[in-house]
Ligand binder design. Structure first.
Ligand code: ZN
Length: 164
């Protein structure tokens, strides 16, 4: 396993549409392992293949409900609404408020190319929407309710408020 370089906003590859996976090769399996390692190392809850420079429809997610690999994911149902701060490993130290469905159903293939369906709520649903957007070249500032905010500055402001 290896840590891969994460592409950051401004890199053209993040704006491209990823291609469906037709078969799983040994190389793809290694890439998926690397995606998990890279995600855990950087304390992310999700990572999409284009973020490591590979235009394949593969995402990994772990929001604390176990590791999931989604190959060729399709969101088939969306309902409800949640609004909260969202970040991205490709946009370091920034956050913005994004409204997403609170509940999604996602159909995908697993590492054995077997179809499965996941029903997700809350953060898991948010992560699925965010990562699937990456596969179509969409980054969260495109769908955010407001501007990007600096994570560090926001924490400083909170500290000042606490002192007062
Ligand atoms: Zn992201």
């Amino acid at each position: 396993m290896a840590i891969r370089n994460i592409r950051v906003m401004g890199d053209d590859i993040l704006r491209k549409t990823s291609k469906p996976v037709k078969k799983i090769t040994e190389r793809t399996k290694i890439m998926i392992d690397d995606m998990f390692e890279t995600m855990y190392e950087t304390q992310g809850v999700g990572l999409a293949a284009p973020q490591i420079g590979v235009l394949k429809r593969i995402v990994v997610i772990d929001v604390g409900e176990g590791p999931y690999v989604f190959i060729n994911p399709v969101i088939t149902e969306k309902s409800g609404e949640q609004t909260g701060e969202e970040g991205c490993l490709s946009i370091p130290n920034k956050v913005a408020e994004v409204t997403r469905p609170n509940h999604v159903v996602c159909e995908a293939l697993n590492e054995e190319m077997k179809p499965f369906t996941v029903e997700a709520e809350g953060l898991f649903a948010r992560a699925i929407c965010h990562e699937c957007d990456h596969l179509d070249g969409i980054l969260y500032p495109d769908v955010a309710n407001g501007p990007l905010m600096d994570l560090a500055e926001e924490e400083e402001e909170q500290e000042q408020e606490e002192q007062e």
